[in-house]
Design a protein around this ligand. Sequence first.
Ligand code: GLC
Length: 561
Amino acid sequence: MGPTAAWWRDAVIYQVYIKSFADSDGDGIGDLDGVTDKLDHLKRLGVDGLWLNPCYPSPGRDGGYDIADYFAVDQALGGMEALDRLIAAAHKKDLKILLDIVPNHCSVAHPWFQQALAEPAGGEMRQRFHFRNGRGQDGELPPNNWQSVFTGSAWTRTRMADGMPGQWYLHSFDSTQPDFNWQHPAVRQHFREVLRHWFDRGVDGFRIDVAAMLLKAPGLPDHGDHQSTADLTSHQPEVHAVYRDWRIVSDRSAVDRTLALVGEVWAQTAEEVTAFLRHDELHAAFYFDLMTQPWQAAAFRDSVRRAMNALDKLLDEAPDNPSGNLAWVLNSHDAHRSVSRYGLIQPHASGSQGVMGPALRPRGRVDVPLGQARARAALLLLLALPGSVYLYQGEEFGLPEVMDLPEAARQDPIWLRSSGAEHGRDGCRVPLPWRDNAPSFGFSPPGAADPWLPQPAWFGDYACDRQEADPASTLAFYRTALAARRELITGAAARLEWLDIEASHTPDDVLALRRAGITVVIVFGDKPFTMPDEWGEVVLSSDALAGRDLQGPGAAWLASR
Ligand code: GLC
C-alpha cells in the first residue's frame, strides 16, 4: 500500500502491548527492538500496520497510560533511537506505525502536575487540571459523587506543603492519572504540539485513548440517581471541536502521505461512535459493541446492523463528504481474550461488574477448543466487514486468557483499587510464547530475568514455533484468512446484504451475509449447516469441511461463480 493511499479505510492493524511482546535486552520486559526483531512475523501474518501501546516515559502505574513526558520514549523500552529504528524498519516493509496518544489524563509525575501540587489553590498550573475544594465542614468530602472507571471515588485529596489536607483533584482512572482540563488553552496547545512532534518523526497516526472523555459536564455536577459518571464525563458535545482541530493538524502534516486518527470510543449507541467519524473529525473509531455481544447469531447480526445503520445516517447527513470508517475488534489489552470469552461454559457469579464493560472480562470455566473454534469463526466475520480490523498480539496463536495468575503477580490498578474483587487485565498481558523449548518460551534472550508477569506452563503449547510447523494451526489459519481478505475484500464497496437462512435453522444458529461477491456464513450452534450451491465455491473456512456441510461452530467464505 503506497504512502498516500487511504490505507486506514480497510487496514488490518496489529496491536502491540510492547511490555509483553518480545524482550530484546533480557530484563524480562518487552521493548521496541523486540518489536523490530519480529517484523517478519507480522509481515508474514499479513497485517498492514502496528498500533503500539504507550511507549513514553511513565511510572507505569497503568501500563504506560500514565505519561510523564509526551515528547520522549521510555528508556526501559529502548528510548527514542529504538523507536526510530522500528519506524524505519516497519516502513521498509510497508507497515504503518500508530502510536497511542493519551489526552484525557497524564501521570502525577508529569511536570505540570508536580508544579500544580506545589501551588496554592487557584494557581496557574492547577487550572490545567480539575482541582476543587472538598465538600463538608473541613472539605473532607470529595467535590462530587463521580466514580473512577477503575472503581472508588474519582477524586483524591492533596496535602499542602505544611502537611495539612488541601484541595482535591479529579482522576477518571487511577489516582496516579489526573485528568486534564480541556477548557484550558495550554492543554489544547500541548496536544497539537504532541501530534506534530510524532508526525514529524514519521509515525502514521494515533490511536486516541478514551477519545470520548476529555471534556466534562460544565460545573462538574453530581450525577443523578438515574445517571452514571460516564454521562457527565463522556460524549460532551464540545469534545468534537477537539478532533476537528486535530484533523487540521493531521491534514497539514500529511503532505506526501496519509495519516490516521483512530478513536477509542466507548459508547452506548452506534450513533455516538459514528458522531466522531464526520469527514472533518476522526478517520476511524473502534466499534466495541460487537466485542460485548454473547455468542449468538442474532446478537452479532443486530450489532453489525446497528453500526451499518449509523454509518448510513452519517452519509445521509453529508452525502458529498466521505466519512471515517469503523474499526472492528474482538480483542485488546483491556479484555479477556476472545477464546476464553466465547469458550466460557460455567461463568462465575462474581465475574467482572461494570468496569470498562462488564461483558469483557467474565470469569469461570472455559472449554478452550470450543472457544478457539468460535473465535476462529468470528474472525471470518470481522475480516469481511467494511472498515479496518484490529488484532491483538497473541490472537494469531489462539491464546486463551490466563485466568489464574498468582495474586502477588497482578499489577493492574483495577485489581489493586477493587481490593481483588476485580481481577483486571493482567491475564491478557502475559508475555507471548515464541518458542516451546526455551526459557520464558523465547520471550527473552537466554539468561534473562524472569518475565514481568509469569507465564503458565501450558503457554508452550501455543508457541509460535510449534504452530509454524502445523498447517492446521491457528497461526496458519490467520495467515490464510488475512491473505484472502487482501485478495477478495480489501478495497471493495461497503454494502452488506443479509441472506435468509432456511427455516430448519433458528435465527440464533446461523448468520449469513454477502459483500462484494463473497458470502460469509457463520454457524453459531452445533447443528451442521449445508451451504446452498447458489452461494458458490468455498474459498476459506475456519475448520476442515465435509463437503458443503459446515460444522458448528465454524465459518466459511464462498465466492459467487
Ligand atoms: C484506555 C486504555 C486502558 C487504560 C485507560 C486509561 O481504556 O485502553 O488500558 O487503562 O484507557 O488510560
